[in-house]
Design a protein around this ligand. Sequence first.
Ligand SMILES: [Zn+2]
Ligand SMILES: [Zn+2]
Length: 261
Amino acid sequence: KTLSDKFLDGLAKVCDTEARKLQGKPQVLHVIRFIKVFIEENPLCICADEISAVKRLLTGDNDEVKLKQKTSEIVVKGHQEQYFINFRVYVPDNYPLAQIVPEITQHNFPAFLHIHFQAQAVEIARRCVQPPLKKNPKDPPFVPSPSLQPTCEYLIECLKKYPLELCQLCHERALPVNPVNESAKKGKHSVEKIYCGHMFHLICLHKYMKTPPFAGGKLCPTCGKQIFHDKWKISSEVMETRWAHKQARQRELEEVVDFME
Ligand SMILES: [Zn+2]
Ligand SMILES: [Zn+2]
């Protein structure tokens, strides 16, 4: 294990104070015992620098980063406008060789985003300590790296970014400014994140998917990637036919209206 210079400086100062108390008496054993107990009681000192970096990312009045040395956990509460995420991270004994365990404990984001955030956070932590499955022979040998900071940074970035994300079709905020609970989601409150990662209101996406051109499949208007979604597995030909039918029906209706007039 390697401890940061800043932490070691601090520890040296505390030891100095301890030793001073015992001036005129044997001090070496006492100080060694003091260090041993201190490190055992403060397992999070292994990631002191990473914790400082995470704290710097959270500057809101209600944000907090709490250390639970007894359980080797970090508890984070972050806010962005009306949205919040609380998560805790367990730092294992053999950190940084073993990965941290992140867990979102409370939030007010839509459920599909929560699942996405949680899964990605675990994946980021895993990639820090496990070599990639497909090895590129040109890559240098894999060395595990600390996983706490990148994982926390990811979750905090999600918290800061998603409430401000726009619907790529109507260019209004995708998530409602005031978070609503799942059961109350209607109309624009229903949000979809598609394959490319862009966000859309469900009603905007529905309209877009049903409007031509269909040739070559529907593309994300922002990044040009094909829109893949479980809800739209139908091919562009089917879309084309459906649209043609709808247009024909519309024409018939208009003809009837003309005739009546
Ligand atoms: Zn929209
Ligand atoms: Zn896109």
